[in-house]
Design a protein around this ligand. Structure first.
Ligand code: IPD
Ligand code: CA
Ligand code: CA
Length: 274
């Protein structure tokens, strides 16, 4: 078997961009035709539509042709092993509940990383990532060391003057008991901020930090497919993306924002978490 060469981040970015656009177009078309609920996952509120599965299958099949030696790790199917050390990390529809309700805030998120996101998410080094809002076609993209863009325009995160003048976003778990605890923390934090948002798509929350639509975003319980592309885009735009303290971002916690604002926010979050 001939081994394919491993392309650099810029070349991987173009593959990610093509696949995210194709996925977004497919999901948009399916939404116009009518949403079909396919299953419930972790709880009654955690839904998957036929389009989630179809978009993931489409991206997976395209990668099998284009990059047969790379692994695949998507939300809806079983992971496949990488031969060359690269893994594609895909959320076929992030913001599925928005998609179901027709709230135009859902995205396809495609990233490619070194390391194994399935067994060692903390080892993941994302090389390229693209997030496309499937309703609007808005696109955020980044490759490692190459900066981030929004519809082709370069991004640079600016600091809000203070936490009191910061718009802070978060997300909630599908588990009702966890959500209750998240809401308690959220209520405590809201007192220190300009205002708060829960928009319903983690990948778009991270791109919102990258393009100045949120000053801070934090969430507990994210999966690699929720955060892979968006965290690279936010970082390449100049944001800090991290976990609590010295921790790396992951299921335990993800915080994103300009370093000056995060320095004020993180102690408040830690205190609220108790
Ligand atoms: C969810 C969304 C939501 C976040 C949840 C995610 P899904 O992803 O990103 O905003 O709060 O943690 O699971 O289920 O819509 O792909
Ligand atoms: Ca998701
Ligand atoms: Ca999803």
């Amino acid at each position: 078997m001939t081994t394919l060469s491993v392309p650099g981040p810029a070349e991987l970015l173009e593959i990610a961009r093509m696949l995210a656009r194709e996925g977004a177009e497919l999901a948009r078309r399916r939404r116009e035709e009518g949403v079909e609920l396919a299953a419930r996952k972790s709880s009654i509120t955690d839904v998957v539509t036929a389009a989630d599965r179809e978009v993931e299958e489409h991206i997976r099949a395209r990668l099998a042709e284009l990059r047969p030696e790379d692994g695949f790790y998507g939300e809806e199917g079983d992971p496949s092993t990488s031969v060359d050390g690269l893994n594609w990390v895909v959320d076929p529809i992030d913001g599925t509940v928005n998609y179901l309700y027709g709230i135009p805030h859902s995205a396809v998120s495609v990233a490619v990383a070194e390391g194994d996101p399935a067994t060692q998410p903390a080892s993941m080094r994302v090389l390229a990532g693209v997030v496309v809002n499937l309703f609007t076609g808005e696109e955020w993209a980044a490759c490692l060391g190459g900066g981030a863009t929004h519809n082709g325009e370069a991004l640079a995160v600016e600091a809000a003057p203070s936490l009191a003048e910061s718009l802070v976003g978060t997300g909630y778990s599908y588990d009702a008991a966890e959500r209750r605890e998240q809401a308690r923390v959220w209520a405590e934090l809201s007192e220190y901020t300009r205002d708060v948002r829960r928009m319903g798509a983690a990948a778009l929350d991270l791109t919102a930090v990258a393009c100045g639509r949120l000053d801070v975003y934090y969430e507990r319980g994210l999966k690699p497919w929720d955060l892979a592309a968006g965290s690279l885009i936010a970082r390449e735009a100049g944001a800090v993306v991290k976990g609590l303290g010295e921790e790396r971002e992951g299921a335990g916690m993800l915080l994103a924002g300009h370093p000056d604002v995060l320095a004020e926010f993180e102690p408040r979050l830690a205190a609220a978490l108790g």
